[in-house]
Design a binder for this molecule. Structure first.
Ligand code: C2O
Ligand code: CU
Length: 487
């Protein structure tokens, strides 16, 4: 095998090896992947119905049988929604699951009532019921949608889909490709394991799986033509796995992060990092020769790297001899710029988890010791409070004055990484470990490494009660959540 790195450390990594095995076994077969890719980017009508319910997907590829999943409209991932910037999205969500659900439109700066957070912004959608989401899309970019109830299980079983808001004038490319990246924990029979909420996952690095998928399958190749310029949209919908993609022989330019335009730049160390829930838009000029092949690898976890897919060049004439000469910079979205000199600063302390030394926290208004918290499936806290998905007493973690510039300084006192996500706003990542960041990128989710402080800044211009939480969904449900009130 070409993947000596994958058989270490995590018992549950064995099947990533298996995935690599699958890759070898199917290498000669024609790629059914492209039809799936094509279907994944098909436009939807503006009046959308999403039915959350049972679905099936050939996660390991057609040769390996299908897995019973949950999906939207029977699809895994759910249908790709395409809307134009400035238009409205109107989606009727029907619940055909046996449990309540909601849909959250991750990264969209929308009115609070449309945010899809149970108890906080709406009542849960009961089985058999439906809810109409209807909101305007102020920003172009790559976003996604997913439930915000029983999140570890509902997202972990496949409920997630991409939401693409097109620029009025998109940069010129030959083709757009979307990869919804996911990670699954399957048993020998390709079934999703039922160990949701396992304390080990809650207290360590979440429900890492054993098979990574692209658009709900295991495509062998991305088939390209020499000279093509591709815009590759990446969305990480995995519960807990971060991806660090390398593109051998290619020089991808990052043009957007979490949907928001960024000054075009090469990824640091050649690795496009996507923590859970994060997105990146890349421009890739296909500079290889007809017939050549290159690996795209996931090298996020140094001891578990593996080949995700191959870029396969068609034989025959290149589309053009030198790269397309057209600008790749995206027009800015209308986000208010925070005035740092006037900003109100708030410290946000992330605590808990295995080896975190947390002694206790407030929960439901009461002080509780660590053992009592653990009994309730709580391992984490923000600023001394453990808040979970089902908590209904809303005592805001922070109350921000509307239209004021704010800096949040997130200090990670734990032994684990946390991709911290704020609803209803995008923020600039301004400092890491006290140093200014190179790109001051706009994001809605920022990865905070262990023992580090990351500072973000934004204007709190969207009124309402907004969730702020870790997007490792097992951390989210185990207490690393809070409410930020903008009033
Ligand atoms: Cu992807 Cu609370 O969100
Ligand atoms: Cu976390």
């Amino acid at each position: 095998m070409t993947d000596p790195g994958v058989r270490h450390t995590f018992a549950n990594m064995e099947l990533l090896t298996r995935r690599a095995v699958l890759a070898a076994g199917l290498a000669a077969a024609a790629s059914p992947a492209l039809s799936r890719l094509a279907r994944g980017t098909a436009p939807e009508s503006p009046d959308i119905t999403l039915t959350a319910g049972a679905a099936r997907a050939a996660l390991s590829g057609p040769a390996y049988g299908e897995t019973a999943c949950w999906g939207y409209n029977g699809q895994v991932p759910g249908p790709t929604l395409r809307v134009r910037q400035g238009d409205r999205l109107r989606a009727t969500v029907r619940n055909a699951l046996a449990e309540p659900t909601t849909v959250h439109w991750h990264g969209i700066r929308l009115p609070n009532a449309m945010d899809g957070v149970p108890h906080l912004t709406q009542d849960p959608i009961a089985p058999g019921e439906s809810f109409v989401y209807d909101f305007a899309l102020p920003d172009a970019g790559t976003y996604w949608y997913h439930p915000h109830m029983n999140s570890s299980e509902q997202v972990g079983r496949g409920l997630a889909g991409a939401l693409i808001v097109e620029e009025r004038e998109p940069p010129q490319v030959d083709r757009e490709v979307l990869w919804v990246l996911d990670d699954w924990r399957l048993d020998e029979g390709e079934a999703i394991t039922n160990d949701f909420g396992h304390p080990r996952d809650l207290s360590h690095n979440g429900r890492l799986g054993n098979i990574a998928t692209i658009n709900g399958g295991s495509p062998e190749t991305l088939d390209v033509r020499a000279g093509e310029r591709i815009r590759l949209r990446l969305v990480n919908v995995a519960n807990a796995r971060a991806f660090g993609l390398t593109f051998a022989g290619h020089a991808p330019q990052i043009i957007a992060l979490d949907g928001q335009p960024a000054a075009p730049h090469a990824p640091a160390d050649g690795k496009v990092v996507l923590a859970p829930s994060q997105r990146a838009d890349l421009i890739i000029d296909m500079g290889g020769k007809p017939g050549e092949r290159f690996q795209v690898r996931d090298e996020y976890y140094a001891r578990q790297t593996y080949k995700l897919i191959e870029i396969a060049y068609a034989d025959g004439q290149p589309l053009r001899e030198s790269p397309l000469d057209a600008p790749v910079r995206l027009p800015a979205n209308p986000i208010p710029e925070p005035d740092l000199s006037a900003a109100e600063r708030h410290e946000v302390l992330l605590e808990g988890g295995a080896m975190g030394g947390m002694r206790g926290a407030m929960m439901g208004g009461r002080r509780m010791g660590m053992r009592a918290l653990v009994d309730k499936g709580r391992f984490w806290a923000i600023n001394g409070v453990s808040f979970g998905e089902s908590d209904t007493t809303i005592d805001p973690l922070l109350t921000l004055k509307r239209d004021r510039p704010v800096i949040l300084a997130m200090r990670n006192e734990t032994a684990w990484e946390h991709p911290m996500h704020l609803h209803g706003h995008s923020f600039r990542v301004i400092r890491r470990k006290g140093q200014e960041t190179a790109h001051r990128e706009w994001r809605d989710t920022v990865l905070v490494p262990p023992r580090e402080t990351v500072e973000v800044a934004f204007v709190a211009d969207n009124p309402g009660d907004w969730m702020f939480h870790c997007h490792v969904l097992e951390h989210q449900i185990a207490g690393m959540m809070g409410v930020v009130r903008v009033a």
